[in-house]
Design a protein around this ligand. Structure first.
Ligand SMILES: [Zn+2]
Ligand SMILES: [Zn+2]
Length: 387
């Protein structure tokens, strides 16, 4: 795989200042933080990619080499970089753990012990609200999966202040209430006696600093109303009412926190001819009386076209024929449903005089009269229907 440009990875200009690079990395690191994206391999890769980019661009010498020679200038053992297997999570936390300080209430330490979930305390970070959208899919899109591009209105990070909410780098001062730690201690009376609890600082909201001069564009919020076009990959086999989520694609948080998620609610468009029963599809095939009696080759609709089907002579109404694997794939990839074809027979509602005459003649023919054995077989079937 080709390595992406490090400036592109961090989303900064080639001329970006050291401070801008640090800010951009901090933002990426928070967005793709493993604690925020548990079990998400893609986020982990992005997290590592950003760390690698920051490792190079935050070092004046490495950055110069990179600017002149590209990835070749900083790759491999010669540069002391991470060209071989890339950076490990431990590398990242031991080198750049301080980037999270004041943001997660975390200082140094390794990956496993350093972070805690937001609700368990220890980490105070603004989180953008989730964004909800509905996506309507037809049966074909459900059968094969689909990529949908949707335009959403949402809060995006303010580009003027890079989400910090402050006008320029000097627009901040250390918070007086918490002296920059972002955390305040309180004594609380509980059933277990008086205990000391820690909470996000109410003055700075856990950020450890307060804004002295608000950003002129976002008025200190760090976010502005904007628009985003998001490509949503919808896997095959989803169904009405299912919800997918995309990490970090929701609203941006105030002052450079973590983006909310995009929640995608699936709505299913009814098919004009096919019904869905989980992963099976059901089609009601209406045969003419002669087709059912003589046999025929008919076409039945499928999700993406038509299938030919042989009808045996003497096929009874109520018979269910099965086209294997012509249903919908299971969303977990375990198997594919069938297309069930329920046979119905159309009995003519009006007849011409000569047709009536012919049919009257046929009714006296033994072939048209069920034998006791056939009656018994039909009754068995009828009974099973009520079981
Ligand atoms: Zn701003
Ligand atoms: Zn504070």
């Amino acid at each position: 795989m080709d390595k992406r440009d490090y400036y592109e990875v961090l989303g900064v200009a080639k001329a970006a200042s050291a401070e801008e690079i640090k800010k951009a990395y901090r933002k990426k690191a928070i967005e793709f933080h493993p604690d925020k994206n548990p079990g998400n391999k893609e986020a982990e890769e992005k997290f590592k990619e950003a760390a690698e980019a920051y490792d190079v661009l935050s070092d004046q010498q490495k950055r110069e080499r990179y600017d002149r020679f590209g990835h070749a200038g900083v790759g491999g053992a010669a540069s002391g970089g991470y060209g071989g297997g890339g950076m490990t999570m431990d590398d990242i936390f031991s080198h750049f753990g301080d980037i999270f300080e004041g943001h997660f209430g975390f200082s140094g330490g390794g990956f496993s012990g350093g972070f805690e979930g937001g609700s368990r305390g220890g980490r105070y970070v603004n989180r953008g609200s989730d964004l909800r959208v509905k996506v309507k899919l037809n049966l074909k899109e459900i059968a094969f999966g689909v990529e949908k591009k949707i335009k959403v209105k949402k809060y995006v990070s303010c580009t003027h202040c890079h989400g910090s909410g402050a006008e320029g780098d000097s627009g901040f001062k250390t918070c007086n209430t918490c002296n920059g730690s972002g955390v305040v201690s309180r004594m609380a009376n509980t059933m277990l006696g008086r205990i000391q609890t820690q909470a996000a600082c109410p003055t700075c909201g856990g950020e450890g600093k307060t804004i002295t001069q608000k950003c002129s564009v976002c008025q200190g919020e760090g976010i502005v109303s904007g628009e985003d076009t998001i490509a949503i990959h919808i896997p095959a086999g989803v169904g009405e009412g299912m919800q997918l989520s995309m990490n970090g694609k929701g609203n941006a948080a105030r002052r450079g926190g973590v983006n909310g998620d995009l929640l995608i609610l699936i709505e299913e468009e009814a098919h004009p001819e096919l019904l869905r029963d989980e992963n099976d599809l059901i089609y009601n095939l209406l045969l003419s009386f002669p087709q059912a009696a003589l046999g025929a080759t008919v076409e039945v609709p499928t999700v993406d076209g038509k299938a030919k089907m042989k009808i045996e002579p003497g096929t009874q109404p109520g018979k269910v024929l099965r086209l294997r694997n012509k249903g919908l794939p299971a969303v977990n990839h375990y198997g594919t449903g069938d297309l069930l074809v329920n046979v119905s027979v159309y009995i003519p509602e009006t007849l011409t005089a000569s047709e009536k005459e012919t049919l009257t003649g046929w009714d006296n023919s033994p072939s048209f009269q069920p034998t006791p054995k056939i009656k018994e077989r039909m009754f068995d079937k009828f009974k099973r229907f009520f079981d």
